[in-house]
Design a protein around this ligand. Sequence first.
Ligand SMILES: [Zn+2]
Length: 318
Amino acid sequence: MTNIHSENYLCSCLGFARHLVSGLFVVFLSCLSLQAAPVKKINVTTTVTMVTDLVKQVGGDRVEVRGLMGPGVDPHLYKASASDVVKLQQAEAIFYCGLLLEGKMQDILAKMARTKKFVYPVTESIPVKRLLEPPEFAGHYDPHVWFDVTLWSMCVDTVVKGLSEFDPSSKAHFEQRGKEYKARLEQLHDWALKTSKELPKDKRILITSHDAFNYFGKAYGFQVVALQGISTVTETSPADMVKLVEFIKKHKVKAIFVESSVPHKTIERVAADAGVKVGGELFSDATGTPGQIEDGHDLGTYEGMIKHNLNTIVKALK
Ligand SMILES: [Zn+2]
């Protein structure tokens, strides 16, 4: 009897231990699966820094973004390197500006669009009637849309759509982040309207190297004059320089500006000839370096770029 009793006791002990072990194993497994559940990031390749920032703002921690062009790089002249082509081929989604901004990358971008499903020019969500069509750009639209904050805000929609098409399970996440970013851009636009009005109307003349600021001029009430055309591919003639010097003298313009993605030499020469100062360096076709902070704003972001430009312009022309 004692033997049977102790055997029963032993059996129930063993049974309990087995339950305990299997129970612990289940807990262990669920812990493991909880830990091993980070969302897989979408591997995105972008072109210019403004688009890189836009995708990061919308995608947050669900995207891994590789931008091909860094700060100070001129997209009109940029040609894709062999390693760029590899990055484009490896990407799960590609976002670029479009409207021929990446003028010398058209072939490779068109090829990617033919062979890949998730390739998006961010400017496709801007209604055509809002685009400028300067006569000197031979039937093409002016691509520098980011200088009207309301137009750039529309490009958020393309990124939300593209990322959601690739990863439908994160659609709500991208929509929420897109909405929040657009709210910030609305504030930025209001700030830009208010800040530009610190200058009287006749002082709002913006003279730069290349014609990147037409949308800016239209949105914030500046007359915009540039040495080179819409694309930096166009060369400056001595006659253009003489004309610009005369214009500066006639309108008593206080300062003119160099651009971060265009060589400074010609504008510096015009400033010297006209007897005016260079009012500072503007970010035209690329943002500044990420992590570089100015007045609390990261110059590597689109918001930091807009703040820097307008603050520089207003300070120099006041
Ligand atoms: Zn440009």
